[in-house]
Design a protein around this ligand. Structure first.
Ligand code: F2R
Ligand code: MG
Length: 319
């Protein structure tokens, strides 16, 4: 177990690499909801022509990154206002999220709006997980704090324990990806998921991640088999999305294009599996290539719609 403290510029570099990875995965994934997109072409290194518009995943993650860049930790009241004021249903927001964010904009306290959603159950949508990887990247030196901050970022819209559980695991996975980058030691796929064990809370997300760990410990399986066992996000919930996304990130931690191509191959909620996987994997790979690592390709960054200027310093590195 390593022990170190990151200085602010290093935190922000990891956070912004994660945000770029998240947004490229989201924007490229969303392309595959359009007619005429070819997985074979993508797998051969020929993605669709840009521009690739990003969706709600990136929009909300930019608010999270701006919060980290401005304040270091998540201020829930501030984040709720930022989410609510920026919400633009045109970006493909979840149906429940639109209602929650409009209510907050109308003056309902975020805690009430989140708790009253879905008949009082709260949302277990994959939206808290899709936007959280930059939190883990920012706190790569302190995974437990990353988990606490993930909870704070989730609670603003997702009161259901499964929605929050998914966010915790994605943030901690990103923190461990950042640690692996800083130490230069890539963990084997099964060890990467095993490290999440202290952060598993009882429920369906936990059971899904345990299935993913068993898959990684057994014979090699294809991405289609993994999606069959774990889900591919087609139910748009954390339970149906996070275990698969973590399996992909663990399996392809050193190869960003392969990781995103695996999400596309699995189908389902491709922009969101792409966002989660992209946010974790890019925390490890960074942008561009290193000798033993394939990061976010420059051409993919250039094809992605630029990030908004309010996203902070990450927007300075628009492709
Ligand atoms: N909205 C989508 N995808 C579907 C449509 C996309 C297509 N391109 C189109 O335009 O038609 N994607 C976005 O939503 C996901 C993030 O969702 P978030 O922020 O969690 O929102 P929400 O609405 O709270 O939850 C999503 C769905 O999950 C189900 N659900 C949630 N809580 C539930 C509960 N307690 N009981 C039962 N079901 C629950 C509902 O079906 C919600 O609508 C991302 O994929 C993002 O990209
Ligand atoms: Mg989306």
């Amino acid at each position: 177990m390593m022990s170190f403290v990151l200085h602010e510029p290093a935190r922000l570099d990891l956070c912004h690499d994660s945000l770029h990875g998240l947004s490229v995965g989201d924007a490229l994934g969303a392309q595959f909801f359009m007619v005429g997109r070819s997985l074979t072409e993508l797998a051969a290194g020929r993605p669709p022509a840009g521009p690739w518009e990003w969706t709600d995943d990136t929009h909300m993650a930019c608010s999270v990154a701006a919060e980290l860049g401005g304040y270091g930790d998540i201020g829930q009241d501030r984040l709720a206002v930022a989410f609510a004021e920026r919400c633009d249903p045109y970006r493909g927001y979840g149906a429940g999220a639109v209602v929650i964010l409009h209510r907050i904009r109308d003056g309902v306290p975020w805690r009430d709006a989140a708790r009253e959603a879905f008949g009082g159950e709260g949302s277990c949508g994959n939206g808290a997980a899709m936007r959280v990887a930059p939190v883990g990247a920012y706190h790569a030196d302190r995974p437990r704090h990353a988990a606490e901050q993930a909870i704070r970022s989730a609670e603003v819209t997702h009161a259901h324990p499964e929605g929050i559980a998914g966010a915790i695991l994605v943030a901690v996975a990103a923190a461990y990806a950042g640690q692996a980058r800083l130490t230069g030691v890539r963990p084997p796929a099964s060890a990467f998921l095993d490290r999440l064990e202290p952060y598993l809370v009882d429920g369906q997300v936990r059971r899904g991640v345990e299935r993913a760990r068993r898959l990684l410990a057994g014979r090699a399986v294809t991405v289609e088999e993994a999606a069959y066992e774990l889900g591919n996000g087609s139910r748009v919930t954390a339970q149906d999305t996070v275990p698969f996304a973590l399996w992909v990130a663990a399996t392809h931690l050193d190869d960003y294009p392969k990781a995103i191509t695996a999400c596309v191959a699995a189908g389902g909620d491709v922009d969101t599996t792409g966002a989660i996987v992209g946010g974790v994997v890019a925390t490890y790979t960074g942008l561009g290539d290193r000798p033993d690592v394939t990061g976010v390709p420059a051409a993919w960054l250039a094809a992605r719609e630029p990030l908004p200027s309010w996203a902070g310093r990450a927007a300075d590195r628009n492709g």
